[in-house]
Ligand binder design. Structure first.
Ligand code: ADP
Length: 490
């Protein structure tokens, strides 16, 4: 039994139409009839058929013409022509024009069934071929898409990718690979590795990967830069193996680790600086305690008090240093701009001046606040800005002289608030003006020797201001004074 099939019968003779439909329906096909070529074409356009029986001689549109139209409509549709009084030549012509077979009149039901079933088998074959063709095309498309996707990924990777074969030739080098290896031209497939890799260290690493033995799966090495301006690279090489486990090439992933290296260096410098800064006051305190414990030459209670006073001073210094270090680490954790609020800078500055007034008086420095009551509100963290201005005013007093002055001014324009802390103090040498914003940097001079500090205040201030999209700069003249200018966006 044929699977469900649909047959169109186009014939102008009703008895033949009806008889064919009956015979074919009996064998399980669905049949549709048409009385001429025109109607037949309309029906073929409206529905899908597996096979069409076409009488060649019909009024309006004859079988030959219909054949031509059906070829265009569905090339896989099987057409069998019914040839009445036609000669063999006409049948051959019909086959040449796309008919699959012909059935000469008169024919028996058996002949009709045989031809039609052969035609339906052909149709099934054509359908299967079409399905396979479409599937293949889809697979090819998917394959092409997959290839494109992989190529795009390799092309856009931030890491460099270099693939080499056993003959030390480059098979693939992506744009990041060229950038990191400083190859300014396109790399051709098959180029010798040493022309692309540049440094011998890297070539050696790939060589050693090609000669890996046993279970070793990867080699990694930091490639030192040829010149200080070149990036520091980390190369990770993995062997490519064939199905027998033989190494046939190497895939290398190159990563720029310059920043990581710098960070690492900065971290260890910072740790040794901190250790150094902590050691000095602790050693001093230990020394003071030793003196008291030994009891040699300290029978005098006044002397003991002096030693204890100094110890307390050093302990306070240590605490200040630890607080500053905590502030720095908080900032490095990216938490500097905690909860910002709309604040009035003039009231914050007034509080700072009030807080420091006592110290100014003690050091005989006159503190002059010169700013209007109302400044535009800014969005900032109160605690952080208090720290910035306390440090600036405190420095202006510390690095001043008895009888000196400190002015705290603030004004605003359309976009910024400018705050100025000016002193008539010792001044900062020109070559050190930039460095004073670095961690632990303190100007070393006879005058600063006796002034305590951590060297972290300005560094913290600068970071806080950066986190507020602001800025700080200094102008100074030796023995005349310094002016620190802070800029904060409104
Ligand atoms: P410190 O705790 O040492 O004061 P800072 O980071 O606040 O640390 O300042 C760094 C250095 O800059 C100080 O040690 C000092 O040498 C110099 N400095 C800062 N402010 C002034 C100022 N107003 N006048 C002169 N020197 C200053």
């Amino acid at each position: 039994m044929m699977p469900l099939t649909k047959i169109l019968i186009v014939d102008d003779e009703p008895p033949i139409r009806v008889a064919c439909a009956k015979i074919l329906s009996e064998q399980g096909s669905t049949t549709v009839v048409a009385e001429n070529g025109l109607v037949g074409l309309e029906k073929a356009k409206a529905q899908d058929f597996d096979l069409v029986l076409i009488d060649l001689k019909m009024p309006q549109m004859d079988g030959m013409e219909l054949l031509g139209h059906l070829n265009v409509l569905d090339p896989d549709l099987v057409k069998i022509v019914i040839t009445g009084f036609a000669t063999l030549d006409t049948a051959i012509e019909a086959v040449q024009k796309g008919a699959y077979d012909y059935l000469p009149k008169p024919f028996t039901p058996g002949e009709l069934r045989t031809r039609v079933n052969r035609g339906l088998e052909k149709r099934a074959l054509l359908r299967e071929a079409k399905r396979l063709r479409e599937e293949r095309e889809k697979n090819l498309l998917e394959l092409a898409n997959e290839k494109n996707r992989t190529q795009t990924i390799i092309h856009c990777m931030g890491d460099g990718l270099l693939v080499t074969n056993r003959d030390r030739q480059v098979v693939l080098c992506n744009p990041s690979g060229r950038r990191l290896l400083k190859v300014k031209r396109p790399v051709q497939v098959g180029e010798p590795l040493d022309q692309v890799a540049g440094c011998p260290e890297f070539v050696e690493l790939i060589e050693s990967t090609l000669n890996l033995k046993g279970g070793q799966e990867m080699t990694s090495k930091e490639i030192s830069p040829a010149s200080p301006s070149d990036p520091v690279l980390m190369a990770n090489c993995a062997p490519v193996k064939d199905e027998k486990g033989q190494i046939i090439g190497v895939v290398t992933v190159l990563r720029d680790i310059t920043e990581l290296k710098e960070l690492d260096k900065a971290k260890s410098t910072f740790v040794s600086m901190v250790a150094h800064e902590l050691r000095a006051p602790l050693a001093a305190i230990e020394g003071y305690l030793d003196v008291i414990l030994d009891g040699v030459g300290v029978e005098d209670p006044q002397k003991i008090n002096r030693i204890l006073d100094r110890s307390r001073e050093r302990t306070r210094g240590l605490l200040a240093l630890i607080n500053d270090l905590l502030a720095i680490s908080r900032m490095q954790g990216g938490r500097v701009s905690r909860e910002k609020e709309r604040l009035q800078l003039s009231s914050l500055l007034r509080e700072v001046v009030e807080l420091i007034k006592g110290e100014a008086l003690e050091r005989q420095v006159e503190l002059v606040a010169d700013f209007s009551e109302e400044l535009p509100l800014i969005s900032a963290n109160r605690e952080d800005l208090t720290r910035v201005f306390t440090n600036l005013v405190d420095n202006a007093i510390k690095y001043n002289r008895p009888g000196g002055k400190v002015f705290v001014r603030a004004r605003a324009n359309d976009a910024f608030i400018h705050v100025e802390v000016q002193d008539t103090g010792i001044g900062i040498p020109k070559e050190e003006r930039e460095k004073i914003f670095d961690e632990f940097y303190r100007v070393k001079s006879k005058e600063t020797q006796r002034i305590s500090g951590t060297g972290l205040g300005l560094c913290i201030a600068k970071r806080i201001l950066e986190a507020h999209n602001g800025d700080i700069e200094v102008e100074s003249q030796m023995n005349v004074g310094s002016t620190f200018r802070v800029l904060l966006p409104i």
